[in-house]
Design a protein around this ligand. Sequence first.
Ligand code: GLN
Length: 187
Amino acid sequence: MEPLRIGVLAVQGNFREHAEMLRSLGADAVEVRKPEELDGLDGLVIPGGESTTFTRLMALYGLDEAIRAFAGPVFGTCAGMIVLDRNHLGLVDLAVRRNAFGRQVASFETDLLLPGEETPMRAVFIRAPWIEEVGPGIEVLAEVDGHPVLARDGRFLVTSFHPELTSDGRLHALFLESVREAAVVRA
Ligand code: GLN
């Protein structure tokens, strides 16, 4: 079987860590800086970083339109979740509140139990957003203090935290599973 080709948006932020995690799970990870680099990808990761910078650079390079036109599964983490919400690219039907847990001092780690899993996942939050409003059809998969921090909306998977900064690859594996399913449907 051909490895899945996953793009990692590489204009800014934690793209290297995501690419390494994807490679450790057997995927072919490619850095994306230009719209045409989305062609032929099976899935796309939008990493954490600074969402205002992402928004500016995506508009500058025409990546905003290219990402809107991209039909495959997308995994957005932290700032990557922010740029997908109703108030940015408008691809996922939720509203995200930036820096919701507070600023730098409010960066923290906690254990999250994912649905159907017995071992909790260590989650790293860095000036993290939370999900403030969810539209119908959004599946909330984990919360912290009553605020959704992990959700799925069809082909979109979004997290407030940084799964690329631990050695726990379960969320990336979940994402790759959805990419594989979408690739089978397309074939
Ligand atoms: N606070 C950042 C923002 O609002 C997100 C932080 C992160 O991605 N770690 O864009």
